[in-house]
Design a protein around this ligand. Structure first.
Ligand code: ZN
Length: 295
């Protein structure tokens, strides 16, 4: 099976129809495969995480401040439990699935049943701008298939008509073959002719997974969605999996446990190991290190 190890993950941004449309597309195969390895996720969990990370990356690139962080958190009553991804506007993303080992039969159309794995629940966007209170927006899950949930969020919470397509294509041995997606948004001043032409294009568009299977690039994906419009390309940006965890950060987390809890751990007399949720890296703290956290 052909893999795209040599390809770089990247995102492309464009506008079309004299800025009445803005568009983003991403190819994210390598970073989704890195996440799969870090978490040892099942195919359905990889698909859920890969879709969410791809969408969150594109949303992250919409932020102007490079210190801002965007987190998209899906909580569902299905067996996957939940999925979370965090991105900045520099193309860096990380994420995890609550129950990453879940395996489910395919859905009626023979595809990975991400919607069934997630179930009913909420789609929450947390935008941390370095101030005391982050911005939080929440909508109910629409289908749990993730792309439709982004679309619904943009419509409900930001009043921005959008179309979002996300896909992850797996190899038979459960590695990631392709991953990516697009976001297309109509600006408030878009005229009716532009809207109906875009709608026609979207009706003709099959699925991101099909387009990825054909080996199409992000640019080619947008050329299909924006067929017949003048496209203005606004540059590409590399995207990557990136976890910024460190022993210091984990130590700060342990301090938050409070005096009593830490005292109890120290009195147990055993060193502890704690794992980063995002990348699975473990950090160990011996008794002396734990004691120093108390002072
Ligand atoms: Zn980490």
């Amino acid at each position: 099976m052909e893999t795209n190890e040599s390809y770089k993950d990247y995102m492309v941004r464009a506008t079309a129809a004299s800025d009445q449309i803005r568009a983003f597309a991403v190819t994210s195969r390598n970073l989704v495969e890195t996440a799969r390895k870090a978490h040892n996720t099942s195919p359905i969990a990889t698909a859920a995480l890969g879709r969410l990370m791809s969408g969150t990356l594109m949303m992250g690139s919409m932020m102007e401040n490079e210190k801002d962080l965007i987190t998209v958190k899906i909580d569902g009553d299905g067996p996957l439990g939940g999925v979370l991804a965090t991105a900045n506007n520099k193309g860096q993303v990380k994420g995890y699935v609550n129950n990453g080992y879940v395996i489910l039969p395919p859905n009626a159309s023979g595809h990975l049943n991400v919607g069934g794995g997630i179930g009913k629940g909420t789609f929450t966007v947390i935008r941390d701008m370095g101030m005391k209170d982050p911005y939080v927006g929440q909508v109910p899950l629409y289908t749990g298939e993730i792309a439709e949930d982004f679309t619904y969020y943009f419509a409900q919470s930001q009043q921005t008509p959008s179309s979002v397509g996300l896909g992850v294509l797996m190899n038979h041995e459960n590695t990631v073959r392709e991953a990516g997606g697009f976001i297309v948004q109509l600006m408030p001043f878009a005229d009716d002719a532009v809207i109906s032409h875009l709608e026609d294009n979207l009706k003709k568009f099959t699925t991101v997974t099909d387009v990825l299977r054909e080996g199409k690039s992000p640019e080619e994906m947008l050329e299909i969605v924006l067929d017949g419009f003048d496209i203005k390309w606004n540059g590409t940006m590399p995207v990557e999996w990136h976890c910024n965890c460190s022993k210091d950060r984990v130590a700060r987390g342990l301090k938050l446990l409070g005096h009593k809890e830490l005292d109890d751990i120290i009195n147990d007399g055993k060193p502890i190991e704690t794992k980063c949720h995002f990348c699975g890296k473990t950090y160990s703290f011996d008794i002396d290190e734990l004691k120093s956290l108390l002072s």
